[in-house]
Design a protein around this ligand. Structure first.
Ligand code: ADP
Ligand code: MG
Length: 750
């Protein structure tokens, strides 16, 4: 008997070979397959008439093939097809369309989906590169006709080449649903608690899965496309419920743990005051107050300190670390890059030097040589290091602390949730953890996603900042830019010039990681897997890949030509730790005028005398990155500038990013836009941040449901004994454990 847990291999028509293909797409069970939802729907019940189309709209059209042929133009082969409805007709074109040769013949019925454009003659319409599906011609079986036409038809992303594309998925899902009919009791493992179902009036699982694939006639198309039907909402809510439930359980578990009780009496407060180089902003005071409050409690702190670039997170963290140290514990600060760790090390030394009694500070990064690493580890183990600053090495090099009291993780989005968890398990005793991030995650999202963390926000910049002037400049005017840099240096200021890659065209460069793939048009729903490359080359014709200027090449060139006579330095991820430290130190001391760098300086680097940030190939950078880079200037009293240089043709998406940079400096506004342009997966760097890849949910679209899931999961835990039975709780717990282990890879969630 088929159940949701049945491995797909045993589904009729699948077998071991296809199961293997499906496994590559992480489809292992019947349930996985059913949760592969359509990415759009076509209304083939009420298809659009050609004469009612409007140029500019995206539409589904059904018509009869009148003619189809490959035209060989000088530039490229173009496949042309004319599709008709009665006396009306429409032309369709596919560039590099050789792969379509022989696919169509007159008389066939086809469904097309694409953007409608006015044809050149002005009469009628055309579609360029529409998605298409040849409809059954009556020679197939009855099921074909039932599933393909005369209904709202689901369109899927292929699960493996052209074989496992929409048509195959429709049939397979349909057959599964038929076989499962009535076999979906809500008590199956994996459903929602009955109290929640009742309260939110959600449709049953069976109905949801059925209707999300085969919507009943009359379902509003807009609701379907926006994943807003009752069926969608049920499935999305369920996924988010288990995410939030996991976070809630985690949070409660921490509440039961014993943390260190730090005291913050007059002596400690005096020590904190002593190191303050300036008056803290009200936001900094509030944040420190919240942190100190946590540290005094006997429950381990798990707090997220969020603040836009330049809001002054560092000093708050330093003060928190002093609380730990003054209480006789060690504090560790983990930074995402060596450069940043080094900088924190240098500035901690500078700030703490003011204190009469010296704190012992130790740096530990991956590229220190073995001897120095060993020495550092020993000092940490013996308790001779009060403040330990480092990179990933802190969790990778088997560092043992004598008495770790507080861990600060800087720029959390670079680390990922996963590492954070490992760090927390580092020591038997439960140290406090403060996570800092400059990613201005919209507050509701932050609360829901980091539901296991408390949140402090620095929503205020230190006084005296002047807005940064941001300009877009085409490559051709580079000379003016270098002139400007010279002028600023003459005034005693410093500048950064940032490039997307370290050196020439090599592909193993860490700094390349960020490079956004040039936005391709909406992905083909993989009709012709193997022909993908061809479709790509049309994109390339529009946005040709330009050879990238690299930091190393431009360093050589600028210092001997455009910036000759200035003190020019070079900084990138490939330098070893000492070299990085030397360059950073010299730039900080003003011994370097212009620092040529890669994105290694993106986060945290703090040199208030720098007033110019030039970013070459700015179109290649993501919005969050541009914002972070710009945040390197405007940190002192002097007026600062950000110059975004671009060359060649820019994709519309990149254009929007750059325009936003010019328009606003508000990190939250930019984050919202970034989230929209890139989608949550990329925004949070799903891979990097260790965030789950959602199956049906979309964090941007489904924010409301996310909040609802948070409330409901908290309530479920709080009222467990009143609102659920032990059996139900056991089922929910099993599902929770399974979900978190499988999807989020977090072993200790249950
Ligand atoms: P971020 O939040 O981006 O890490 P930093 O902690 O690096 O910001 O602080 C940015 C700059 O502002 C630093 O030069 C820092 O010394 C300075 N700064 C921080 N807080 C204040 C304050 N209250 N008054 C004046 N300058 C401040
Ligand atoms: Mg910082």
């Amino acid at each position: 008997m088929l159940t949701l847990e049945t491995p797909v291999q045993f589904v009729k028509g699948i077998g071991p070979a296809l199961a293997k293909l499906l496994a590559e797409k992480e489809v292992a069970t019947v349930e996985d397959l059913l949760l592969h939802l359509p990415f759009r729907y076509e209304d083939r019940l009420n298809p659009r008439a050609l004469n009612e189309l409007k140029p500019g709209e995206t539409a589904s059209v059904i018509g009869e093939v009148r003619s189809a042929a490959l035209l060989r133009t000088k530039k490229m082969p173009i496949f042309e097809m004319t599709v008709g409805q009665g006396v009306q007709s429409m032309k369709c074109m596919w560039f590099h369309g050789k792969y379509l040769e022989g696919r169509f013949h007159a008389g066939q019925m086809v469904a097309l989906f694409g953007k409608v454009e006015a044809s050149r003659s002005g009469r009628g319409f055309k579609m360029i590169q529409p998605q298409f599906e040849v409809l059954p011609d009556g020679s197939g079986d009855a099921l074909d006709r039932v599933l393909e036409v005369g209904r709202i038809t689901p369109v899927y992303e292929s699960l493996g080449g052209s074989k496992l594309a929409s048509r195959w998925i429709r049939r397979t899902v349909w057959n599964i649903l038929e076989e499962l009919k009535g076999g979906f009791p809500e008590t199956l493992p994996g459903s929602l608690p009955a109290s929640v179902l009742r309260r939110l009036d959600l449709v049953s699982r069976e109905q949801a899965l059925r209707e999300v694939h085969f919507p009943p006639a009359g379902t509003a198309m807009a609701q379907l496309q926006g994943a807003g039907t009752a069926a969608h909402r049920r499935l999305i809510f369920e996924e988010l419920f288990y995410l939030e439930l996991g976070l809630e359980v985690k949070r409660r578990k921490f509440q039961e743990k014993t943390g260190i009780v730090f005291e913050t009496g007059e002596k400690v407060r005096a020590a904190l005051r002593e190191i303050l180089p300036f008056h803290p902003t009200a936001a900094q005071k509030r944040a420190l107050g919240e942190i100190a409050g946590d540290m005094r409690r006997g429950v381990p702190m798990r707090r997220l300190l969020q603040g836009d670039v330049g809001s002054g997170k560092t000093i708050v963290a330093l003060q928190a670390m002093l609380i730990a140290i003054e209480n006789g514990h060690q504090a560790a600060l983990m930074a995402p890059t060596e450069i940043l760790a080094t900088q924190h090390y240098l500035s901690a030394k500078r700030v703490l030097e003011k204190a009469q009694h010296k704190y012992r500070i130790t740096l530990l990064t991956g590229s220190l040589d073995e001897d120095r690493k060993r020495a550092a580890r020993r000092r940490i183990y013996e308790g001779e290091a009060d403040l330990v600053i480092g990179t990933h090495a802190l969790i990778e090099e088997k560092v043992e602390f004598a008495k770790l009291g507080l861990v600060v993780v800087d720029e959390q989005h670079r680390f990922g949730v996963l590492q954070r968890f490992r760090l927390m398990k580092k020591d038997g005793a439960e140290p406090d953890v403060l996570v800092m991030t400059a990613t201005p995650i919209p507050r509701t999202l932050a609360l829901s996603l980091y539901g296991d963390l408390d949140l402090s926000v620095l929503d205020e910049l230190p006084p005296g900042r002047t807005p940064i002037v941001t300009r877009l400049v085409a490559d051709e005017r580079a000379d003016e830019v270098w002139d400007f840099v010279r002028k600023q240096v003459k005034k005693g200021h410093q500048a950064y010039v940032v490039y997307p890659v370290i050196e020439g065209p090599k592909d193993d460069q860490p700094e390349l990681d960020f490079a956004l793939p040039d936005e391709a048009p909406e992905p083909e729903p993989v009709k012709k897997g193997a022909k993908k490359a061809k479709a790509g080359s049309a994109t390339e014709a529009l946005f040709p890949k330009m050879p990238l200027k690299s930091a190393t090449d431009m360093y050589e060139r600028l210092r001997s030509k455009e910036l000759a006579g200035l003190r020019v330095g070079l900084l990138h991820g490939r330098l070893d730790a000492d070299e990085k430290e030397v360059v950073m130190r010299r730039f900080q001391r003003g011994e370097i005028d212009v620092l040529i760098a890669t994105t290694v300086i993106e986060v945290g680097v703090d040199v208030p005398n720098a007033t110019v940030m030039v970013i070459e190939h700015a179109e290649r950078f993501g919005l969050a990155q541009l914002h972070q880079l710009r945040g390197r200037v405007g940190r002192g009293g002097a007026k600062s500038y950000c110059v975004l240089m671009t060359g060649g043709k820019i994709s519309p998406n990149a254009e929007e990013r750059l325009a936003a940079m010019v328009r606003t400096q508000d990190g939250f506004e930019l984050a919202e836009l970034d989230l929209e342009l890139r989608g949550p997966g990329e925004f949070f760097g799903t891979r990097q941040a260790g965030l789950p890849d959602f199956r049906v949910a979309n964090l941007l679209r489904d924010r409301k449901l996310l909040e609802l899931a948070k409330v409901e999961s908290a309530r479920f835990v709080a009222k467990a004994s009143e609102e659920s039975t032990p059996e139900e709780r056991a089922r929910v717990a099993a599902r929770l454990k399974d979900t978190w282990q499988r999807k989020y890879g977090l072993a200790e969630a249950g």
